[in-house]
Design a protein around this ligand. Structure first.
Ligand SMILES: Cc1ncc(COP(=O)(O)O)c(C=O)c1O
Length: 493
């Protein structure tokens, strides 16, 4: 095999003349990593080829150590390269780039309310069951969570809170928690203040307050397609019509379709960073354009950023909220996907709709649970959250690579997969003859569950698709279950 140094490396180096010394580091590392990504995707650089060392890259491209390291982190985040202890970076041997990507989804251009309620109930009936392999649950398994440290924080919270946390707290929510969330907003390009935030009982609660505050029955809400089933159900329960937008598996909503939809919609809800089930992440320029267009038409955007901290690459993606000049973006999130789904700690930065949200919180909740909020606030303050996230992100990315390898080996011909660069979900599209709702029943007999594609839409689409959770700790047993799932799918052809 032709080695990196013999051929490709000089190509990269000599073609790198567009390097500008005073360019911002951010743009520079993205530019260089894009050049490498292109070479790897075009197979100029082949699996197993060695990349230059960090030091060599610095010298050849005349960049600083930090920029060079970010180039490698970014490529690693896209699963294009892998590091080998004591040896450096190599082009990934995994076939992840060769499994085809699903097409852009093409939902009908009419708002609909055809809820797959029965299927959703069937899948969620398995929540919390220990005797099943739950490829269906979109949360990290408790084996990936810092349980002992959280227990200590809970004890500390009861000691430190006034009346041991038994009383109602202020309506807006725990002040320390809001301060920590505001401080972390710098990571995604925001500049929130603690007063900008209202805490809620998890992310779903934040989304429902937002929808209740902004929409009335019959209104049309635009969303990605496929989209998290809980959001579809919430919209249906409030009597809203859902307009599902064509969505690209890596870059999110189709911008042309979005622009055409604007005159017809009253509200928009997006999961721009690593949404479920696709794992797509909208490029910054799309986020900016979405916010500008919605601001122009005074249409509010509910931004669900629940997966934003789970990026595999070098840097956390920005949020739409960071482009919001007029307060039309209601930025929602929670710790359910990163730390403790059972604590029910979430929040919203509701922009100019804060008073409506506070009124709804008073009517529907009175206050949030004080002990779990305090425990999470201390966990964030101690810096342990960032350490935990670093580990969790590595595990999720490694799970993704293991899933891809197993799917490539054992799933039937014609299988396509998404290429998430973060988050907890892998979207798998099978041959059109395979109905995943029927496959679900067969898988349950083998003690495993997954999310059938039909759960994630109100239309007749995705019948041959499934969502797999990346949140299980990888083991030989999981590999065997995934293999079995592939064989079951193949038997339906
Ligand atoms: C996109 C999205 N939003 C919200 C939620 C609900 O989050 P929480 O458990 O914090 O209510 C989920 C859970 O799966 C989700 O996938």
């Amino acid at each position: 095999m032709r080695g990196f140094n013999e051929y490709s490396y000089s190509f990269v180096y000599f073609s790198g003349h567009s390097y500008i010394c005073d360019m911002k580091t951010d743009f520079l590392y993205i530019e260089i990593s894009n050049q490498y990504a292109k070479l790897i995707r075009n197979e100029v650089l082949k699996p197993g080829d060695r990349l230059p060392s960090v030091r060599m890259l610095c010298k050849e491209r005349r960049i600083g150590m930090n920029t060079a390291k970010r180039v490698f982190l970014e490529l690693e985040g896209q699963s294009l390269i892998e590091s080998r202890p004591q040896s450096g970076y190599f082009v990934s041997r995994l076939p992840s780039q060769r499994l085809p990507l699903p097409e852009v989804s093409r939902p009908q251009q009419a708002a609909s309310r055809n809820e797959p309620e029965e299927l959703i109930h069937k899948v969620y009936a398995n929540m919390g069951k220990n005797d099943l392999t739950l490829f269906s649950m979109g949360v990290p398994s408790d084996e990936l969570l810092p349980l002992a440290k959280l227990n200590k924080e809970m004890m500390r919270a009861t000691r430190e809170l006034q009346d041991s946390g038994t009383g109602y707290e202020q309506l807006q929510g725990n002040e320390k928690l809001r301060r920590m969330i505001a401080a972390r907003s710098l990571l995604w390009g925001g500049s929130l203040h603690e007063d900008d935030l209202v805490t809620t009982a998890g992310g779903m609660n934040a989304l429902s307050f937002c929808m209740m505050a902004l929409a009335k029955p019959g209104d049309i809400i635009a969303m990605e397609s496929p989209c998290f089933s809980g959001i579809l159900q919430l919209a249906a329960s409030l009597g809203l019509k859902v307009l599902e937008l064509p969505t690209h598996p890596t870059t999110g909503i189709d911008m042309e379709a979005f622009k055409k939809a604007i005159p017809h919609i009253n509200l928009c809800l997006l999961v721009p960073n690593f949404n479920t089930p696709l794992g797509s992440c909208m490029p910054d320029e799309h986020k900016k354009e979405v916010v500008e267009l919605l601001s122009k038409h005074q249409i509010p955007l509910i931004e669900d950023d629940i997966y934003g901290d789970l990026y595999f690459g070098a840097q956390r993606p920005k949020c739409c909220k960071s482009f919001d000049k007029e307060g039309i973006v209601l930025w929602c999130s929670s710790i359910s996907k990163t730390l403790a789904p059972g604590y029910r700690v979430g929040w919203v930065a509701p922009g100019k709709y804060k008073e409506q949200i506070l009124k709804l919180k008073l009517v529907h909740a009175i206050s949030s649970s004080s002990i779990t909020q305090e425990a999470v606030a201390s966990f964030l303050k101690s810096g342990r959250y960032e350490n935990h996230l670093r580990k969790l992100r590595k595990i999720l990315q490694s799970n993704y690579l293991n899933y891809i390898q197993t799917i490539t080996e054992y799933f039937p011909p014609g299988t396509k997969t998404s290429r998430p660069q973060g988050g907890l979900a892998l979207w798998v599209e099978l041959d059109e003859k395979i109905n995943t709702t029927a496959l679900f029943d067969r898988a349950m007999k083998q003690k495993m569950s997954f999310g059938p594609g039909r759960m994630f839409t109100l239309q007749n689409q995705f019948e041959n698709c499934m969502r797999l959770s990346l949140g299980l700790p990888w083991s030989e047993e999981i590999r065997q279950q995934l293999k079995l799932l592939g064989l079951l799918a193949a038997s339906m052809l």
